[in-house]
Design a protein around this ligand. Sequence first.
Ligand code: MG
Length: 172
Amino acid sequence: MKIGYGWDSHEFKRGVPLKIGGVEIPHEKGLGGHSDGDVLLHAITDALLGAIAAPDIGTLFSPSDTRWKGADSSVFLAEALLQLKSAGYKIVNIDSTLILSDPKIGPHANAIRERISQLTTVPADCIGIKAKTPEGMGTDNAAIAHAVVLLEETSRTVRRKVSKKRRSSLSN
Ligand code: MG
């Protein structure tokens, strides 16, 4: 078993859509950043990478690399999941806390849980989505996400199959 922890923050900005956990949420401001600014997917991606001691999201997907400008953050998550499989692990559960003053996450929590379940193949009842307001923190113009993941080892057969597949896809 392994655990991983990830944290991220992005500043609110006008003129961009708000994406949290792969779901577009109607709001007058979105989150700025080099990619789509999806603070929750970034925190989960970093938690997964951290659990297997892989380089972090900023190292793998450098903000100075034009390839990731405006990128859908599910691309980063997909790479972390691939690395996880190669390392021989799968996700047991994910828990997360968002800290933002606005908009309210409660009405969107189920949609976010379902989307993360689709992206990770983790059952929705093993994905925690919690949200708090930043009381006394003075971070009203930012969205913050904390995420933890628990991993367990996959069987040797699965591990061999995945690394073989990854080797052949890298040599093509
Ligand atoms: Mg980020």
